[in-house]
Write a protein that binds this ligand. Structure first.
Ligand SMILES: [Zn+2]
Length: 205
């Protein structure tokens, strides 16, 4: 039988430093996160098993990379944490479980929120003065709310993000939009074997 060595909080702290040796670590008391672009992890000081588990999770985000959906990203990062931990205790597993739970509820809650926001937005558009400034007002008001709900930015930052996005979209705006639209319609009709000028009975189905 091998002698069990007691793992201390200092060991856990040192292990985080080792695992993140090639990354930048920024310690802070509020939200922890991983920035895959700058390869920076924002972590709570390792003073507990929970802090250790979530630190490994954030490092895991950088190691496992991005996936198409957020839930997969979260799951992969937790798997990485568990696989690379010095020790994985029930407390650490509880941290993982509770984070995944919040995350799934958050996603469901957010989807519902967006749905309601978009409905309200459409109502504003349809009931409003459809050729006046109300449309722009509704667009801006809802865009700010949505962006805030998504990232918890302050409104000044949201404004800047939106301005950047608008510039980006304006720059990418195709000058021949109408021609593109017609081409797209023709492609759809071609794919489904329908002539543009002679709608078939099948189109009604
Ligand atoms: Zn995460």
């Amino acid at each position: 039988m091998t002698a069990a060595r007691i793992i201390t909080i200092d060991d856990l702290h040192q292990h985080v430093l080792d695992l993140a040796a090639d990354l930048e670590i920024k310690w802070r008391d509020w939200r922890i996160e991983a920035d895959t672009e700058t390869r920076t992890v924002y972590l709570h000081p390792i003073t507990s098993e929970r802090a250790y588990a979530s630190a490994l999770h954030e490092i895991g985000h950088i190691r496992t990379g991005r996936f198409d959906d957020e839930l997969t990203e979260e799951r992969k990062a937790w798997e990485w944490a568990r696989d690379n931990a010095l020790v994985w205790t029930p407390t650490m597993q509880r941290e993982a479980d509770s984070c995944m739970r919040t995350y799934t509820t958050d996603v469901a809650h957010r989807a519902e929120y967006y749905y309601e926001e978009i409905l309200a937005f459409l109502n504003d558009l349809y009931n409003g003065d459809t050729d006046g400034e109300l449309i722009y007002d509704a667009l801006v008001a809802h865009a700010v709310e949505l962006a805030q709900a998504y990232e918890d930015y302050n409104s000044k930052e949201v404004r800047l993000v939106l301005i950047r996005l608008i510039d980006k979209h304006l720059a990418a705006y195709p000058p021949d939009l109408e021609a593109r639209y017609k081409r797209a319609i023709q492609e759809i009709h071609a794919k489904h074997g329908m002539g543009v000028s002679q709608p078939s009975a099948g189109e009604q189905q």
